[in-house]
Design a protein around this ligand. Structure first.
Ligand code: Q46
Ligand code: ZN
Length: 300
């Protein structure tokens, strides 16, 4: 691992990943030993490796898989099968939610009915996933929702936020997001691990995962940012780590206008989620739009 100037044998690497994860959990006060965790499991290497590491560390962690209804390349069925196999082999509790139960149809069809998702379903997908994850975590009385975001994901997000000086997002970007009434606490215990490291861990632990990207991922800005950062990393190992960790350290000194505090949060009259809009939350607006369009098409 040139980025850490560290070379480990298999056994030590398998100890190093959990110990680094535990260090991040403690450093950023993500959760306590007796908390009930819900792992957002997509079927990819990061979320399944994270679930595995949390169990190794002795945490109580259930899984949540969201069926997005992406039929193209059989993506949703294939990824669900990987999560189910992982949970079954280890006797773990897995919750399966369907986007169609929330929107009346799968993500690609629902997104096609909206202005924001007509070309690409990702923004509708993102807000639907956030809504479902939060809803299930709150209903199931979980203490923390944990996601498998790794250092490459966080560095790419930071790169995009910095490139466009999105102050609100920069202010919010942190390894743990505190709970608010109706909003579950969220944590990213892998935020200091490179994607190569989580992939190596998954491989060495013989975790089977879906290797294919979602068919809608191609052309995503985040992938472009990752490629740019990878080029820099190749020439200067440790660039991604230094970019992200220096940002976390610098945050204490940076003066952001307290955008979050200025925003008045209200509860959505439809689903009760926290929202800054005066009416329905963005998820319920999408849901209503999908519903209205469906009725329109049926009438025609
Ligand atoms: S799952 Fe959903 Fe991603 Fe696929 S449709 Fe886009 S947002 S790319 S992480
Ligand atoms: Zn709502």
């Amino acid at each position: 691992m040139r980025q850490h100037k560290l070379a480990l044998c298999r056994d030590h690497f398998m100890e190093w990943i959990p110990s680094q994860t535990q260090r991040a959990i403690v450093t950023y006060a993500m959760f306590q030993a007796d908390n009930r965790l819900l792992v957002a499991a997509s079927g990819g290497k990061d979320s399944l490796a994270l679930w595995d590491v949390l169990l190794t560390l002795g945490y109580q962690a259930d899984g949540l898989y969201i069926d997005l209804g992406i039929a193209s390349e059989d993506y949703s069925h294939a990824s669900q099968a990987y999560v189910e196999r992982f949970a079954r082999k280890r006797g773990l509790n897995l919750i399966i939610a369907r986007a169609a139960d929330y929107l009346g149809m799968g993500i690609p069809d629902a997104a096609a009915n909206t202005r924001r998702g007509r070309d690409k379903p990702c923004s509708v997908c993102g807000l639907t996933k956030r809504h479902i994850m939060n809803h299930i975590a709150i209903e199931g009385e979980y203490d923390v929702l944990v996601t498998g975001h790794n250092l490459d994901d966080e560095a790419a997000t930071l790169f995009g936020n910095t490139l466009h000086w999105q102050v609100g997002y920069l202010q919010r970007q942190w390894p743990v997001l505190e709970a608010k009434p109706g909003l579950v606490r969220k944590a990213k215990p892998f935020c200091r691990l490179y994607e190569r490291e989580t992939a190596a861990y998954a491989f060495l632990r013989s975790i089977e995962y879906i290797d294919e990207e979602c068919p809608y991922a191609s052309g995503a800005k985040s992938i472009y940012y990752k490629e740019v950062l990878n080029r820099m990393e190749l020439e200067r190992p440790g660039t991604k780590q230094s970019f992200y960790l220096s940002f976390l350290r610098a945050k204490g000194h940076l003066q952001f206008d307290d955008v979050q505090e200025q925003l008045a949060f209200k509860h959505c009259p439809e689903c009760g989620s926290l929202t800054t809009s005066s009416g329905l939350c963005s998820f319920c607006r999408v849901k209503q739009r999908v519903h209205d369009r469906t009725i329109l098409v049926e009438r025609k």
